[in-house]
Design a binder for this molecule. Structure first.
Ligand SMILES: Nc1nc2c(c(=O)[nH]1)N[C@H]1C(S)=C(S)[C@@H](COP(=O)(O)O)O[C@H]1N2
Ligand SMILES: [Mo]
Length: 221
């Protein structure tokens, strides 16, 4: 599959175009100030009680037999871990607040999976690796600085709220990077590609921010 999502159907095209327009007009930027040391809700966010479902309208079915995670590009030990290999790694629980750029936040989301630093220890990024592109089974991509990926709270998650991650939320495996807007957390993750230079992903090409820190309201580029 190509790097970009093949957009079929006028509805999806329209949805993407609306968000592109929002990015161009810097919609949803409130300019409010919030301080993570004092506040729990980042600027311009509204608290919700359930975890909404957001994607491009394609929710790929990934059977466990096809679930795997490839680590490649600028790493010493490129690897593809299949489901059994992933399950054999030590798993941990994380509880965190999630912030979506479309302005909802949900507190205390409980995930279980493999902490990202353990995966990085296996693949061993080369010194020149500074960024990653994350690839998902629906064709979605997003980019991160390696320093934002390599954090102990980040998980390759298999469970949500004590149950296998439902397909609509990216099951069987997704990334969770809670300190950035949720578009940086790909559902149905299949590949982490290590690069020397930053490379925009699906939404970043369409005007979203290259980093996406909710405390700085880095919604658009
Ligand atoms: N593969 C994939 N991952 C994705 C997306 C997507 O369209 N495809 N959307 C992102 C966006 S914009 C958000 S807000 C969250 C939503 O995750 P949820 O549906 O589990 O709440 O997934 C992110 N990860
Ligand atoms: Mo989002």
């Amino acid at each position: 599959m190509s790097d970009d999502v093949k957009i079929e159907g006028s509805l999806r095209e329209k949805l993407v175009r609306v968000k592109e327009m929002w990015a161009r007009d810097a919609r949803l930027i409130t300019g409010h100030v919030a301080d993570p040391a004092r506040d729990r809700l980042p600027p311009g966010q509204t608290l919700v009680s359930d975890l909404p479902v957001l994607d491009l309208g394609i929710q790929p079915e990934v059977p466990l037999s096809a679930a795997s995670l490839t680590l490649d590009g600028l790493v010493e030990e490129p690897a593809t871990l299949d489901w059994a290999a992933l399950q054999a790694l030590p798993q941990e629980e994380r509880v965190n607040d999630i912030h979506c750029v479309t302005q909802w936040s949900r507190y205390d989301c409980r995930w279980e999976g493999v902490p990202v630093p353990a995966l990085l220890a296996l693949a061993r990024p080369k010194p020149e690796a500074r960024f990653v592109v994350l690839h998902a089974h629906d064709g979605y991509t997003t980019n991160l600085p390696l320093s934002d990926l390599d954090r102990p709270e980040n998980l390759v998650a298999f469970l949500y709220d004590g149950r296998p991650l439902p397909r609509r939320h990216g099951g069987p495996l997704r990334l969770v990077v809670p300190h950035l807007y949720f578009w940086k957390s790909p559902k149905w993750l299949k590949r982490i590609q290590f690069l020397a230079e930053d490379k925009p992903g699906f939404w970043e090409v369409r005007g979203y921010h290259m980093r996406g820190d909710p405390w700085r309201e880095e919604r658009y580029g």
